[in-house]
Design a binder for this molecule. Structure first.
Ligand code: 13P
Ligand code: SF4
Length: 377
């Protein structure tokens, strides 16, 4: 496997007199009082109806937003399902509670819809760490490689890619491409890329980005915690470092982690992902115990302490405000959108084909035959 020191992640901007994570934390909405919370929840429900809008939320956002999405006929899910749900829903207005790339993906898939977000500055360290111009130069330098990008990227980066993938399907898609003899250029998450490379044996050239939340999980401390809870199963998101993934019983997307918690016979789980997911995990698997994987300990920086500062920018008040004013609309340059939609649709077509023809993913040759009609010519 080749790796290049492409870029140190850009979520710190010392020249601006502070880090953008600090700015994000400073922008997170204040916790409403119980009375305000009740009023805001009712107002949002009323406005969603009046505006004929649907709420699409990620598992990492505020628990009230997740509940509202479900109570009002929207969805709370991982990035793959958010994209699919938004595309297939009849509503003309989608309110995306998550981070910017999720809103952009919704807009690219449904350019005719109005896509609103509670805070348009809610970004992602992976997106920040992969500027489109540098990424394009990287791709141009390796024309022999199939370009596969993670969903957590800008529209312009997706427009340069052959495939976009999310954490729930990236491994299957790279396995499929590998079985076709393709060499991969992967961006931006080095941990997810290297996990997929190890699992598939594919020839992958990796961009060196990372998620600041998952990057902070600590293998040594996780090992100590496992010793304290010997019966606990460890659920890990693959954006985590390799020494954390190595301790996992289950590695998967946010939805796959929740599903594992529900289906497992174990009653205690150590969870290495954003702690916003615990709300849904506890609801989906009542009576089971969930413990956050450690981010503290030696060399801890704790910029996130297991919670994404940009996801935390979504709150009841700014959600109510965008519905009231119909402001904070996501726009994507139509030409960029038309180029980017191809890489997203390849993934959605692959996912649909996979769902229609459930088969063991370990059998790569069989898988290649199964999906031979999917993907770039
Ligand atoms: P999922 O697709 O697994 O929900 O991941 C999105 C994300 O941003 C994880 O940090
Ligand atoms: Fe990006 Fe990490 Fe936040 Fe997900 S949790 S949006 S990958 S910074």
């Amino acid at each position: 496997m080749q790796t290049l020191p492409i870029k140190s992640v850009e979520y710190e901007h010392p020249q601006d007199g502070g880090s953008c994570t600090a700015r994000a934390w400073a922008r997170t909405p204040a916790t409403p009082t119980p009375a305000e919370r009740t009023e805001l929840r009712e107002r949002i429900k009323r406005l969603l109806k009046e505006r004929e809008a649907v709420l699409v939320a990620h598992y990492y956002v505020d628990a009230d937003l997740q509940d509202l999405a479900e109570e009002t006929g929207g969805c709370v899910s991982d990035s793959l399902e958010m994209a699919r749900f938004g595309r297939d829903h009849a509503a003309k207005t989608l309110v995306v509670a998550g981070v910017r790339f999720m809103g952009e993906t919704a807009k690219i898939l449904s350019p005719e819809k109005r896509i609103l977000m509670p805070d348009l500055d809610a970004t992602c360290s992976l997106d920040l760490g992969c500027p489109a111009d540098e990424f394009t130069a990287f791709c141009d330098a390796h024309p022999d490689r199939t370009v596969v990008v993670y969903a957590n990227t800008s529209a312009a980066v997706k427009a340069r890619a052959d495939w976009m993938v999310t954490s729930s399907i990236g491994l299957d898609i790279v396995a499929h491409l590998h079985a076709q003899g393709k060499k991969i250029l992967w961006a931006p998450d080095k941990h997810l890329g290297s996990y997929i490379q190890k699992q598939t044996g594919a020839d992958m050239l990796l961009w060196q980005g990372s998620c600041l939340v998952h990057d902070e999980f600590k293998g040594i401390e996780l090992d100590l915690l496992k010793a304290e809870y010997p019966n606990a199963k460890v659920l890990v998101h693959p954006e985590s470092p390799a020494n954390v993934v190595a301790l996992a019983d289950v590695v998967g997307s946010t939805s796959q982690m929740i599903q594992a918690a529900v289906e497992s016979e174990a009653d205690t789980f150590i969870v290495a992902t954003d702690n916003g997911i615990l709300h849904k995990m506890r609801a989906a698997a009542p009576g089971k115990t969930f413990i956050e994987a450690p981010t503290a300990g030696n060399s801890a920086t704790c910029k996130s302490c297991a919670h994404c500062p940009w996801m935390a920018m979504n709150g009841l008040q700014n959600l109510a405000d965008v519905l009231e004013n119909m402001g904070n609309e996501i726009h994507v340059d139509p030409a960029v959108g038309q180029a980017a939609v191809k890489s997203i649709n390849r993934m959605l077509d692959f996912a649909a084909a996979k769902k229609a023809k459930v088969q063991p993913s370990a059998d790569l040759a069989k898988e290649a035959a199964l999906f031979s009609g999917v993907g770039p010519a």
